[in-house]
Each structure stands twice: as structure tokens, then as C-alpha cells.
Write a protein that binds this ligand. Structure first.
Ligand SMILES: [Zn+2]
Length: 434
């Protein structure tokens, strides 16, 4: 039995100046449709206690197309996109209500924040290809060109086409369904690793290696933010400053994403099984205990701590690891994070310690090692049994460092000798997406 999964390829798009303007107009129209659809749902509920379905709203689009030539000039699949999105927003809202989470009712969108659309009904029909030149042709939209810089799966496997406006560019995203090998069985695992999520170090591996924390230099953005807030609302200079700031953040996001890709690639090529703490539980466990601390300093204000955790992008990395492992037939296992830093990875005894205590010392077996390394070994042990790399004390002192920054700049290939290093890592891999 073969399994399959989704893979997204992102390409920067090329549009003429008039093409840009037209796309903006269409996105504005889609935003209006989204907001009108939301109003319709809310209104129907308040007036008649009726719920409106996606299909009801699609029928209204058909009616609207008869009256409005501007609307009928656009491919109906594009017009359904905001309704589909709205439908998903409501689905997620009701799911959160059912699960007793904070519901977060779907909100009206501003045009500035309405960034794209997707087509998942016969998406093959909108893609034209000539060698390495691709083109999205959709009725009512300008032609959107893009350069195909990497091999794509065959067209029949295309599931979704997205056109998205980011702060820096227009992007074409092609989502394909691809076959992946079965993951190896747990008894076939030879090179497992456990990973502890951290703030002081971004990651600590059960091998003793660490990945440096992501540090964001906010001095430049702070200055720009101040300038922005001083500019008059609605003024041209305010708009320019806002866009400058958005581009800076976008660039930082892209750089971070590139680094995470590289990091995930390195980990998946070196280890055939990766154990991670389940983030959903982790967030509950750690926030309940108020443990968002940083070593060397006191527990910081909660907002600041949440931010520094957010900056380490654990969730994104976790997602990338799952995807890359899936494609390589390797496995990722999630373990419950309870007491991973308290329990002894040598003998299992519980050694309670405060957050400020950075070293694990066990009276039972005499094990003494870095707190995060002990946690990482527990993670590996929970998933795969005995911890890799032995339990001898002092291993932490020999910590190697995977320097994501260095590897990503210029996208160097992995060191020869690493399993999987035969695969070329070209510069375009940096923009590879989830
Ligand atoms: Zn012990």
C-alpha cells in the first residue's frame, strides 16, 4: 500500500503593471465577497436562526453573476474561494466551541489583509507550461507568469493552485499530491534522536548537540515602528513606512523559514527516527507551571516569554520535520512532555528541580548532565526505549553545534558522510515550502 501526502511548491510570480492593478481589483472584490458572505451568515442567524451553508452561498454567487457583468467576467472557481474560506473559518469556529476552546468568531477582513485565492476544482486547467516557464491563466485575471526552477510532479497530481500576495511579491503556490514510502517500523530504528524544545538553545538533541536560539534584532524595526506611528493616518508616507516595515518582517520570515528547512533537512538525513515533545500538551504543561524562563535571568514578563518562544518557531519546525521525514520514509514520534526535565534519563528516578537549575544531578545513579540534554534523552527514551549516545556523564561538554545560520547562507550541502548527503541541495531549496 502506498501512502500519499501534499507538497507545496512556491514560485515568485511575474505580472505586468496593469496586471498588478487588475489582480488588486479582483482581490478587493473577493474581500467584499468574503465580508458579504459573513454578514449574510450572521444576519440569517439573527433574523431566522438559520444557518447558511457553503452551497447556499455558491448559489447566490450564480445569481449575482447574472446581474453583475464585473462578477461574471471572473472564473467562478475564483469567486467561490472566499466562500470556501469563510466556510472553513466557521467550521473551525464551531469545532473550537465544541472542544470548549476560546471560540474566536470569524471576523471581517480589510482589503489590505485579504491576500489571495485558491482553486482546487480542476486546477490543472489553469496552468500552462512551456519548458521552465509557467503561467497561470484564469478567466478575468491577468496572466501570471512564473519560472519553474525545480522538477514538478506530473500535472495530474496537482490539487490546488494558489495566488498569494505577500509583502514582497506575488506568489504562485502549486500543491501536489505525492506518494511517499511507508515509514520504517519502530523495530527497524537504528539512529534515533530525541529533541528538547528550548528558548536558551532552540533545540537540544539527545546526542548532546544544540542549535543556537534565534535572536531577532529589533532595533531597526523599532525605529521604523516609531516613525510609522508618528506618520499621519491615511497619508502617503504612512503607507510607504508600513510597506517598508512589512517587507522587513517578510524578509525575516523568509530567512527563518529557509533556516528551518535546512535544519529539518539535516536532522532527517542524519536520523531515521526523531522524537519530539507534543507541543499541544507542552504549551499547557509549561504555561500552567509558568515555566517560560530563560536561564540566567528571572522569569520574564509573560508576553515577552511567549514571544521568545514564538520566535523559535517550534511549531513550524515540527511541521517541517514531519513532512520531510514522511517523504524520506523516516519517522517522527510525539511523546507526552510531562516531567521530561525532572526525570533522570539514566535510571528513571524523579529529581525535582526548579527552572533556574540548569544541571540535572541524580543521587540514584550519579548521572550529572545538562538539564536540556537530560530532557532530550528522556524524549528519545519515551519513544524508542534506551537513550542513544549512552548515558555517561560529561557528554554535554562535547556538544557539537548545528549552526543553522551558517548552513543556510548559500545553502551549503551537508557534510559528506552524512546519510542522504548525495541529494544535491541547491539554492532554490531555501524557498521550498511546506
Ligand atoms: Zn538516575
Amino acid at each position: 500500500m502506498t501512502r500519499s501526502t501534499h507538497r507545496t511548491f512556491r514560485f515568485p510570480a511575474r505580472l505586468s503593471r496593469t496586471g498588478h492593478a487588475r489582480l488588486e481589483t479582483v482581490l478587493g472584490l473577493l474581500c467584499d465577497l468574503y465580508n458579504a458572505g459573513l454578514e449574510h451568515r450572521v444576519g440569517a442567524y439573527h433574523r431566522q436562526r438559520q444557518s447558511v451553508s457553503y452551497f447556499d452561498q455558491c448559489k447566490q454567487i450564480t445569481a449575482l453573476r447574472r446581474e453583475e457583468p464585473e462578477v461574471s467576467a471572473i472564473d467562478v472557481r475564483v469567486l467561490r474561494s472566499p466562500l470556501n474560506r469563510l466556510n472553513k473559518a466557521f467550521g473551525a469556529f464551531f469545532r473550537r466551541v465544541r472542544n470548549g476552546e476560546k471560540p474566536g468568531f470569524p471576523r471581517y477582513r480589510s482589503k489590505r489583509r485579504y491576500r489571495g485565492f485558491e482553486i482546487d476544482d480542476r486546477p490543472q486547467s489553469v496552468i500552462k507550461r512551456n519548458g521552465n516557464r509557467g503561467r497561470v491563466r484564469i478567466k478575468g485575471l491577468p496572466p501570471i507568469g512564473f519560472k519553474i526552477r525545480r522538477e514538478l510532479p506530473e500535472l495530474e497530481r496537482l490539487q490546488t493552485v494558489r495566488v498569494v500576495r505577500t509583502a514582497r511579491r506575488i506568489e504562485v503556490q502549486l500543491v501536489y499530491r505525492i506518494d511517499v514510502p511507508e515509514p520504517i517500523g519502530i523495530e527497524q530504528v537504528r539512529h534515533p534522536v530525541g529533541i528538547d524544545w528550548g528558548v536558551a538553545s532552540r533545540l537540544t538533541l539527545s546526542t548532546g548537540e544544540t542549535v543556537a536560539a534565534r535572536k531577532i534584532d529589533r532595533s531597526a524595526t523599532r525605529r521604523l515602528q516609531r516613525k510609522l506611528s508618528r506618520a499621519k493616518r491615511g497619508s502617503n508616507s504612512r503607507r510607504k513606512r508600513r510597506m517598508t516595515l512589512a517587507r522587513i518582517w517578510q524578509r525575516a520570515r523568509e530567512r527563518n523559514r529557509g533556516q528551518l528547512h535546512e535544519l529539518a533537512r539535516t536532522l532527517v538525513s542524519r536520523f531515521d527516527a526523531i522524537a519530539l515533545e507534543d507541543l499541544r500538551i507542552l504549551n499547557m504543561v509549561r504555561s500552567a507551571r509558568g515555566t517560560k524562563d530563560q536561564p540566567g535571568s528571572n522569569v520574564r514578563a509573560k508576553a515577552g516569554l511567549n514571544r521568545s518562544i514564538h520566535e523559535q518557531s517550534w511549531a513550524t519546525l515540527s511541521q517541517l520535520l514531519v513532512e520531510k521525514a514522511e517523504r524520506a520514509g523516516r519517522r517522527v514520534d510525539f511523546v507526552a512532555p510531562h516531567h521530561t526535565s525532572q526525570d533522570c534519563s539514566g535510571c528513571g528516578r524523579r529529581v525535582p528541580k526548579k527552572l533556574s537549575v540548569r544541571t540535572h544531578r541524580c543521587d540514584g545513579c550519579g548521572l550529572e548532565l545538562d538539564r536540556d540534554l537530560n530532557a532530550a534523552r528522556n524524549v528519545s527514551r519515551r519513544a524508542y526505549g534506551s537513550p542513544p549516545g549512552g548515558t555517561e556523564p560529561g557528554a554535554a561538554g562535547e556538544a557539537l553545534s548545528i549552526d543553522a545560520e551558517r548552513r543556510t547562507n548559500g545553502c551549503k550541502t551537508l557534510e559528506p558522510g552524512d546519510p542522504g548527503s548525495a541529494r544535491p541541495v541547491g539554492p532554490q531549496s531555501c524557498t521550498e515550502a511546506a
